[in-house]
Design a protein around this ligand. Structure first.
Ligand SMILES: [Zn+2]
Length: 503
């Protein structure tokens, strides 16, 4: 779990300097909000023009580079199933334009229009236009031609967002049952500081969406070539939209959290959707949306424009308790003499344990998540403090991650440091630890930083600071979150207060 660093420039609370600083922050925020309101008004004007133009609302369009093919394929597939009825509703006559191929198999014009609509809602106008234009009925289909015109118009309103002004927020596993997390045991303080409740998360997500925030991938912010050379990416958004990066740490469902009111694993349901399992008091298992991944998936089903070209968040994994709720680490099979007590206990309760089966199941979930736009990162195998450990220990830990986790997630070039630490305090990366990690294929690095923006795009790496949206931050530094949401409206009354200070 991370303990967020304080912003270096913030004076001590309660001092006159603090008051002055707070006023400055508030004034700055007020100005920014005014600017954004103006931008939104302009955007609304554009949307109005579009509606008058005769095409369904919510269609935006900008020019952009093609992103991950699998992401786009999945979006197109989603478009068919999830939004067919939306479009039918918003475009009542869509059925008329059916190319009616009763043999089945070939997509109807209506399907194509729905798919194009989703692509455009997710700011991928070029793909939407291409999809329509390559359809055999395009030359005779006025709806398709009108849609292309709209997408081209919206695309023309888009501008490249300054990459150094992309914020990155993160969570830990969300609390499903506050009465169990906050039950007065020795873990309560930790949960209260660094965890977020599902209610809080849903409020934050809705507020950020309402403010115009859109999830983007760090891979859209910077590109790595096959030699690990980095170049700036491009994020093209219409007025009123603000990109941000989302991540979640320790998505392993550790043994120590059992019985504390958290989901226990991620699963893929019969429809192919990602869900959670949760163990009820009587031992029965409920399946539902009890953590960030399925909650965001459901939110994007409702609001496709919350995702830039299908991007979701980054899921940071350690390996020592396995990943995603599956006990995939080899230690569960090899059972070394110094095996942790909670692993021994879990193995005793699961005499039918099969490492192969756990890995197979975890890989199935990871594959489904990648297809939905999720990315994976190393959080180090053993939740290491990379700032403090020796190079040798970092090497041994990285080898364990590459052996036990990489095969399940298809490898990763993103590393999100545990405890919010970093490999150096210096302005730029250099030295043994960086050279080692770079040599191991890591191109994207994230730490924890309470500044609104911390982005470095250098020749050999991308680095971004992340902001913890947790009990500690909401309670002690609500002013640091004002660009995102109002902490007072979000803070869960089920939390014991005061939130304990960091020890
Ligand atoms: Zn962590």
């Amino acid at each position: 779990m991370e303990k967020g660093k304080h912003q270096g420039t913030r004076p001590e609370m309660g001092t006159p300097e603090y008051e002055e600083w707070r006023k400055r922050m508030l004034a700055r925020r007020r100005k920014r909000l005014q600017r954004e309101r103006r931008k939104r008004l302009i955007a609304m004007g554009v949307a109005l023009v579009l509606v008058i133009g005769g095409v369904s609302a919510g269609i935006n369009s900008c020019k952009g580079k093609k992103t991950s093919v699998s992401r786009q394929d999945k979006i197109s597939a989603n478009a068919k199933t999830d939004s067919a009825k939306d479009t039918a509703a918003s475009d009542g006559s869509a059925a008329d334009s059916k190319t009616s191929d009763t043999a089945g198999g070939s997509a109807t014009a209506k399907d194509i229009l729905v798919q194009a609509d989703i692509l455009a809602q997710q700011y991928n106008y070029d793909e939407a236009i291409k999809l329509l234009k390559q359809d055999s009925s395009y030359s005779s289909n006025e709806k398709m031609q009108a849609a292309v015109k709209k997408y081209e118009e919206t695309k023309a309103t888009c501008t490249a967002w300054p990459l150094e002004k992309v914020t990155h927020v993160f969570y830990h596993i969300l609390i499903k049952d506050t009465s169990k997390a906050f039950d007065g045991d020795y873990k309560e303080a930790d949960y209260n500081q660094v965890m977020t409740t599902i209610d809080e998360f849903n409020k934050i997500t809705q507020t950020m969406y309402d403010e115009g925030y859109v999830m983007v991938s760090i891979k859209d912010m910077a590109k790595a070539d096959e030699n690990g050379n980095m170049t700036e990416g491009e994020i093209l958004l219409p007025p009123g939209k603000i990109p941000f990066v989302l991540s979640q740490d320790d998505v392993c469902y550790y043994h120590y959290m059992d019985g504390d009111g958290f989901a226990t694993k991620l699963v893929v349901d019969d429809e192919g959707k990602i869900r959670n399992e949760y163990v009820e008091d009587d031992g029965s298992i409920s399946v539902g949306d009890y953590d960030m991944v399925p909650l965001i998936d459901r939110f994007v089903e409702e609001h496709p424009d919350f995702s830039y070209r299908g991007a979701k968040g980054i899921i940071a994994l350690t390996g020592y308790n396995g990943i995603l709720g599956y006990r995939t680490d080899e230690s569960y099979e090899t059972r070394p003499a110094d095996l942790d007590d909670n692993k021994v206990e879990w193995l005793n309760e699961h005499p039918d344990f099969s490492l192969e089966k756990e890995r197979e199941d975890a890989k199935k979930v990871a594959d489904a998540m990648k297809a939905e736009g999720w990315e994976f990162a190393s959080h180090t195998w053993g939740h290491q403090n990379v700032g403090q450990i020796s190079l040798e220990k970092l090497q041994a830990d990285t080898e364990k991650f590459k052996k036990n986790v990489d095969p399940l997630i298809g490898g990763t070039d993103i590393i999100i440091f545990a405890f919010g630490t970093d490999i150096t305090d210096a302005e730029d990366y250099s030295g043994d630890k960086f050279e080692y990690l770079k040599n191991q294929g890591y191109n994207y690095y994230c730490n924890v930083d309470s500044s609104q923006y911390f982005v470095q795009i250098r020749d050999r790496y991308f680095r971004q600071g992340r902001r913890n949206l947790d009990g500690y931050r909401m309670y002690y530094n609500p002013e640091l979150l004002e660009d995102l949401f109002n902490a007072k409206d979000v803070f869960d009354p089920a939390r014991p207060t005061p939130v304990p200070p960091m020890g």
